[in-house]
Design a protein around this ligand. Structure first.
Ligand SMILES: *[C@@H]1O[C@H](CO)[C@@H](O)[C@H](O)[C@H]1NC(C)=O
Ligand SMILES: *[C@@H]1O[C@H](CO)[C@@H](O)[C@H](O)[C@H]1NC(C)=O
Ligand SMILES: *[C@@H]1O[C@H](CO)[C@@H](O)[C@H](O)[C@H]1NC(C)=O
Ligand SMILES: CC(=O)N[C@H]1CO[C@H](CO)[C@@H](O)[C@@H]1O
Length: 722
């Protein structure tokens, strides 16, 4: 073994002498090899469209200061190709700029092209138009899909090549990823899945980037593609070939928040423990998913109720501030791992049991010796004898001894103080104006009408969250309920996600689903009058699904049945009568969120400003507060809708959705799951909405709020995060 290593070193020296200009990335059993050197690489996910280009340099610097070597990002197809063949790489989607900034900071990039990304991102990153390509079936051995996937993947690889961004060209990209967590899908669909993943791997390798490709959660990833692990823990993961390194591409630093859910938090003691445990078992690449989660601006968050905030309890918070003690404790861990790098990449660990639930992992090579002492017990401390010393280990913790003698770090002993973060109001006296939008009503000349209920995205193509389903109901003067006062019951079955029912222009009620079950049923008595009644159902999508088998076939909207109960005839089925459709709200069509658009309607002012009214648009202007503290809007007094600043959407608000979970005291010890440590039960899942500094002018910033179901704008405040 010693001899082989020596040989290898001599060969590598020769190699780097001969090819000192041509960089290279390869791998072996131990690690990724960059420029002839095996590396322990600490990586963190930062998704470029989830922050602004103005925030990128600071986020990347803080990642570097936190001990990261690599920034990992997905590539967001639907952001880059909004319509077929029309590409967009500007502003938050300026991928080249992002990669170059990482390079300038001296870090590497792991580019996860996918192009399926999941990521709690609208439609998993796929453009919605793709769903309507004839004959398409997503993520399987399907020709139209493969053509489109290859086209986009090639586009991105060529763009990176043109800019010389692969490490083989002197750039920062040391690895790419094709597909994403496909293993479970393949398992489920069998042969066509297997053919597809093989094709995807070959297609990717054929693009000749000069750097390795990985496939995560894909145990049969064909050579030379490396299969990698995603999860809260990955210590027992074994790649499918001895000559591939053990890599952890998604180590969940926390979890996302859903509207209606509480905030998941992951204790840093457990995070540090899971990383140390992975490294002591021979792992050489760890990625924090997320290192900075950021914000789902606009309508980019995925269906199934993912909040606008994608904070993820990551080491850097949504606003780009350190989340302490998480950031600092992990920085300290990275420092000691780096101190041990030489031994860690040189040999496999020798594992010895030091008692029940206690182990030593020792990496010993050429005079260097590194030890990890682990106590897996979730309750008790352990006193262990190792070498000539005695060591006390807290429950569920690992001590790292870079010289096999002195403990430099223990995962459960946090030497960093937490930061108390405050949201301090800056203004709460906006001069609001309001515009009340009339609910859409069916009419003879509606352009889209049919005798059935249509799936929502089929009609909207996701150009808006909103689709009106409109129909007429005739009530005879002889109906019994007119006399006995027992109003009929309207029942509407919808595939999701939110439904506002308007009867003759009045909001009659609202129903909504939740993450586990986006379907909803509206089932309530309605006020109908003799003669013609206008039923207008406003169906609202909260993003499109990002996960699941054949998830592209999942439906949104009112699919029926729609029935009216309590009439003389009994129950009237409205599902097959004439329905007309209207895509989007009137205010969207008029661009009320822009200054020019807003001038097209009359706004109420002063005491006549609407309060607690559905379908209301509010506007105001404000000056940017001095300083650099991050800003947010406190939307606590509002219901649900969307907010724009200077014409750009900061995302959907839904503070009226109160976290229904149970929150328990959180013990860091023991296996973490995303439901283990939830906080802020009984409060809005998301109260504060990030306002990027760079979107503001010094004065006259134009703020527009669309409120769907009623709120009081006088409660809205601009706050700074300190
Ligand atoms: C790939 O995209 C380009 C647009 O950039 C288009 O012209 C071409 O037809 C596409 N090729 C395939 C095979 O879809
Ligand atoms: C989708 O829309 C088309 C018309 O554009 C219609 O023929 C079809 O039935 C719709 N499909 C569904 C599932 O709603
Ligand atoms: C609607 O509510 C009534 C009671 O008001 C109940 O009997 C019925 O089962 C409900 N229907 C659905 C579909 O939930
Ligand atoms: C996206 C994904 O794979 N999520 C999984 C992460 O791990 C948890 C718990 O191990 C699973 O419940 C999720 O499905």
């Amino acid at each position: 073994m010693g001899k082989r290593v020596f040989h290898g070193v001599a060969l590598m020296m020769l190699f780097s002498w001969v090819c000192s200009v041509t960089a290279s990335v390869t791998y072996d059993h131990k690690a990724i090899i960059v420029d002839g050197k095996r590396r322990i690489l600490i990586s963190g996910s930062i998704h470029y469209p989830r922050s602004t280009p103005q925030m990128w340099p600071d986020l990347i610097q803080k990642a570097k200061d936190g001990g990261l070597d690599v920034i990992q990002t997905y590539v967001f197809w639907n952001g880059h190709e909004p319509s077929p063949g029309k590409y967009y790489f500007e502003d938050r989607y300026d991928l080249v700029k992002f990669v170059k900034l990482v390079q300038q900071a001296g870090l590497y990039v792991h580019l996860r092209i996918g192009p399926f990304v999941c990521a709690e991102w609208n439609f998993g990153g796929f453009p919605v138009w793709l769903k309507y390509v004839p004959g398409i079936v997503f993520r399987t051995d399907n020709e139209p899909f493969k053509v489109a996937m290859q086209n986009f993947t090639t586009k991105i690889v060529n763009l990176m090549k043109e800019e010389k961004l692969f490490q083989s060209q002197g750039g920062p990209i040391i690895m790419s990823q094709i597909e994403n967590e496909y293993g479970p899908v393949e398992y489920e669909i069998g042969a066509p899945g297997k053919a597809y993943s093989k094709w995807a791997a070959q297609m990717a390798v054929g693009l000749d980037t000069g750097v390795p490709w990985i496939m995560c959660k894909q145990e049969d990833a064909p050579d030379p593609v490396i299969d990698t692990c995603n999860g809260f823990y990955c210590e027992y993961y074994k790649p499918n070939d001895y000559n591939k390194p053990k890599m952890w591409t998604e180590n969940w630093s926390g979890w996302y928040t859903e509207f209606g859910g509480a905030i998941p938090l992951r204790p840093v003691e457990d995070m540090a423990f899971s990383v140390a445990r992975f490294i002591q078992n021979g792992g050489s690449f760890v990625n924090y998913y997320m290192y900075h989660g950021g914000t789902n601006f606009g309508r980019t968050s995925s269906g199934l109720f993912v909040t606008t905030s994608y904070d993820y309890d990551a080491p850097l918070d949504e606003y780009g501030l350190q989340n302490e003690p998480k950031w600092g404790h992990l920085r300290d861990l990275h420092k000691v791992i780096k101190q041990c790098e030489h031994a860690l990449v040189s040999v496999d660990p020798k594992v010895t049991s030091l008692g029940h639930n206690i182990e030593a992992h020792v990496f010993s090579t050429f005079g260097a010796c590194v030890a990890f002492l682990a106590n897996y017990d979730t309750k008790s401390w352990a006193r262990v004898t190792f070498g000539n010393g005695q060591y006390d280990l807290p429950p569920w913790s690992i001590s790292i001894l870079p010289d096999c003698k002195t403990v430099v770090f223990n995962t459960a002993k946090v030497g960093v103080n937490s930061w108390l973060k405050k949201m301090t109001p800056v203004y709460n006296t906006f001069a609001w104006q309001s515009y009340n939008e009339e609910p859409a009503l069916s009419s003879q000349d509606d352009p889209i009408a049919t005798f059935s209920l249509w799936e929502q995205v089929n009609v909207t193509r996701d150009s808006s969250d909103y689709l009106w389903y409109m129909t007429d109901v005739n009530i005879d003067a002889n109906e019994g309920f007119i006399k006995n006062g027992k109003s009929p019951i309207l029942t509407v079955m919808s595939a999701g996600h939110v439904l506002h029912v308007f009867i003759n222009g009045q909001l009659s009620g609202t129903a909504y689903g939740r993450l586990e079950n986006p379907k909803l049923t509206f089932n309530d008595s309605v006020n109908l009058r003799v003669g013609n009644n206008k039923i207008s159902l406003l169906s609202v999508a909260v993003g499109l699904p990002n996960v699941g088998i054949h998830y592209e076939t999942w439906n949104v909207g009112v699919l029926g049945p729609v029935t009216l109960k309590g009439l003389n005839e009994g129950t009237r089925d409205l599902s097959w009568q004439k329905w007309s459709y209207k895509v989007g709200l009137k205010g969207e069509a008029l661009s009320l969120y822009s200054i020019s658009g807003s001038n097209s309607v009359q706004w109420a002012q002063g005491s006549s400003v609407a309060k607690k009214q559905p379908l209301t648009w509010y506007k105001t202007t404000f000056s940017a507060p001095a300083g650099n503290d991050p800003l947010a809007l406190d939307m606590n007094s509002m219901g649900k809708g969307e907010v724009w600043i200077n014409g750009q959407s900061i995302g959907r608000h839904w503070p009226a959705y109160i976290a229904y979970d149970t929150c328990n005291a959180c013990d860091y010890a023991g296996y973490y799951t995303d439901t283990k440590c939830r906080a802020y039960c009984g409060t809005p899942s998301q109260r504060w909405y990030h306002v990027p500094r760079s979107w503001l002018n010094s004065e006259s910033n134009f703020l527009v709020v669309l409120e769907e179901w009623g709120g009081d704008p006088n409660g809205i405040a601009l706050v700074k995060r300190t």
